[in-house]
Design a protein around this ligand. Structure first.
Ligand code: SAM
Length: 334
C-alpha cells in the first residue's frame, strides 16, 4: 500500500472523529465530567442522551484521547479533553460547535458543487455569512467566540514580535468582540484603541472591553468598512478581514483605511499568507473554508497582498511570521 493511502484513510477517519467531538460539544459532555468520572448511564441521563449511542461516541472519543475509561461502564476526562469544557480559558467547545453548525457543515459537504460552478453553495442556500450572523444571534455569538479562541496563538506572537513604538492610536477594523485589540492595549499601556465592526457585535464588544478594564482607553464604533472607517489613527489592524472578500472589495476596504489614516500611518494586516510551495499549511486549510462560505473570499500569497496594497496607494514594508500559519503584513502609505 503506498504511504499516502494511510494519510487518505486518516483524512476520512477525521470525519468520524470530528462528528464525535461535535456530539460531545453539543451535549456538553465535558462539562458533565468536570467533577470526575461518571457511569455512562448517569452521564447520558445528565446530558439528555441515549446511553447506548453515547457509549459508542465515548469509545471513539477515548481513541482521540479526550476521555479515558473509568471502571466497567464509565468515562473520565483527560487533560486534552479539558479543553472541551465551557469554563476553561481557551475552551475549544464553541469553535467545534461553530464549525459543526448546520450551514458551515453544509458548506464543506457541498464544496464539490461550489467548485463545479465557482459560486458558493453556502451563499446560494443561506446568503451572506455576516447577514446570517446578524439575523441569528446565537450563531453570531458562537462565531464571535470562535474568532476570539482561534486568535489566541497568533495574538501572543503579534504582541511579542511586532514593534508598536510610535503607535499611539490603533483602530481594529472589523475586530469582532475586541479580543485582539484588548490584548494589544494591555501590552501597550499608553495606546488608545477604537474597535470598529458591524452593529451586530459592537454592544457585546463594549461590554467585554469594559470587563477588561479598557472602557476609558477604547472607543467602540459601529459602521460598515465599505462606507468608511474611523479617521485619524496611527495604525489600522485588519485581522482576517480581506480573506473574506474578492480583490475589488479588498481594495475598496484598503482605500477607505488609506484615506482615514494619519500621515505616516501604517496598516497591519493579519492573514495567513500562503507560501509558494506544495507543503501543507494552515492557510491552505482555511482557504477551503473561504472557498466554501464566500463568493470571492480567498487566502492569498504575500505577493498578492502586496498587489492589493499597491492598488490602494500603500506599500508592503515588512512581513512577520506568527504562529498557527498566520502572518503580519505591515504596509505604509506610498
Ligand atoms: C473573520 S471575522 C474577523 C474578526 C477579528 N478581526 C479576528 O481576527 O478575530 C470578520 C469580521 O468582519 C466583520 N464585518 C463583516 N462585514 C463588515 C462590514 N461591512 N463592515 C465592518 N465589519 C464587517 C464581521 O462582523 C466580523 O467581526
Amino acid at each position: 500500500m503506498p504511504h499516502s493511502d494511510g494519510l487518505l484513510w486518516g483524512a476520512i477517519a477525521d470525519l468520524s472523529r470530528f462528528a464525535a467531538l461535535l456530539t460531545m460539544a453539543e451535549l456538553g459532555v465535558a462539562d458533565h465530567l468536570a467533577d470526575g468520572p461518571l457511569d455512562t448511564d448517569e452521564l447520558a441521563r445528565r446530558c439528555g442522551a441515549h446511553a447506548p449511542s453515547l457509549r459508542r461516541v465515548l469509545r471513539e472519543a477515548a481513541g482521540i484521547g479526550v476521555v479515558r475509561s473509568a471502571g466497567a461502564n464509565g468515562y473520565d476526562l483527560t487533560e486534552m479533553g479539558t479543553a472541551l469544557r465551557s469554563d476553561v480559558p481557551g475552551s475549544i467547545r464553541t469553535s467545534i460547535r461553530t464549525l459543526g453548525e448546520e450551514s458551515f457543515w453544509y458548506a464543506m459537504g457541498n464544496l464539490p458543487d461550489t467548485v463545479r460552478d465557482g459560486s458558493s453553495a453556502f451563499v446560494t442556500k443561506y446568503g451572506n455569512l455576516y447577514e446570517r450572523l446578524a439575523a441569528n444571534t446565537e450563531m453570531g455569538r458562537m462565531f464571535d467566540t470562535h474568532m476570539a479562541t482561534r486568535a489566541i496563538p497568533f495574538t501572543e506572537g503579534l504582541i511579542k514580535r511586532y514593534d508598536f513604538a510610535g503607535v499611539d492610536s490603533l483602530v481594529d477594523v472589523a475586530g469582532g468582540r475586541g479580543h485582539i485589540l484588548a490584548a494589544v492595549l494591555h501590552a501597550n499601556l499608553d495606546m488608545r484603541g477604537i474597535l470598529f465592526d458591524l452593529d451586530r457585535v459592537t454592544d457585546l464588544a463594549r461590554e467585554l472591553l469594559a470587563v477588561e478594564g479598557l472602557a476609558d482607553r477604547c472607543e467602540v464604533v459601529a459602521g460598515d468598512f465599505f462606507a468608511s472607517v474611523p479617521a485619524g489613527a496611527d495604525a489600522y489592524l485588519l485581522a482576517h478581514i480581506l480573506h473574506n472578500w474578492d480583490d475589488g472589495d479588498a481594495v475598496r476596504i484598503l482605500r477607505n483605511v488609506r484615506r482615514a489614516m494619519n500621515p505616516g500611518g501604517r496598516v497591519l494586516l493579519l492573514e495567513s499568507a500562503l507560501p509558494d510551495d506544495d507543503a501543507p499549511h494552515a492557510g491552505k486549510d482555511l482557504d477551503m473554508r473561504m472557498l466554501a462560505i464566500f463568493n470571492g473570499g480567498l487566502e492569498r500569497s504575500r505577493e498578492e497582498y502586496a498587489s492589493l496594497f499597491q492598488q490602494a496607494d500603500l506599500e508592503l514594508a515588512e512581513v512577520i511570521e506568527l504562529d498557527a500559519g498566520a502572518s503580519l503584513l505591515e504596509a505604509r502609505a506610498v
